[in-house]
Design a protein around this ligand. Sequence first.
Ligand code: 6PG
Length: 252
Amino acid sequence: MGNPKNRVFRKNPVFENLETLSQYAADLFVRVARDAVARRGRFLAALSGGGTPQRLYELLAQLPRLAQIPWAQTHFFWADERCVPPDADGSNYRQVREAILIHAPVPPANVHRVSGELSPPAAAAEYAQQLATFAAAGLNYPRFDLVLLGMGGDGHTASLFPGFDRGAADASPTLAVTAHYEGRPADRVTLTPPVLNAARQVVFLVAGAEKAVALARVWRGDGAEMPASLIQPHDGQLTWLVDAAAASGVKN
Ligand code: 6PG
């Protein structure tokens, strides 16, 4: 299930549709989780919001993956969060709670959500403290085993939007941001490029024709103002899982 249908660009598979993409991503999630637990005893994952990963999240909480994921050793973090209460419609935590956490045996202590009910600066500071308790040697944040990211039609990723404060982002693992996108909650907290680029594996999930122009530019290397272009793990793997519609602007 979920094998790329048509093409592969620079080792990045292109899927027929979001369903096959999600199936492949779910298998990848299982593999990375099991490998991380075998090597280091725990699996640290940072998830994103948005429509694209919804199906993936549902698949993780269904058999066969439900029985394959080492839930007790899996820790959930968020690449970004909208500053709304955890039970609000726009909450990325709520999305994951409803799709995964209420179905899978994840210990509550393994869920490290951003406190979206706080003001953005307070939520960013509190989240930075949580990250510090999982810090890798020499850092004040963990090296995530897996970061799942999306990309907007404007090239944003996590809540790093075009024109974001690079100086502040380079100086801190978390950043409070206000950005308007598709009527979603504007106040947000995001992980910053140093944290994302320290991950062992970063996987972008990108689907839909509305992403085609941005994807082509990021892949061509002429999307310098697009934050997604900044995600280049320095000692990890970067994988783009895209569907045919999103890849339609990329020339062979
Ligand atoms: C968020 C996201 C954001 C998302 C993109 C793509 O919380 O808003 O983390 O970065 O991944 O906006 O969203 P779609 O998957 O809905 O296109």
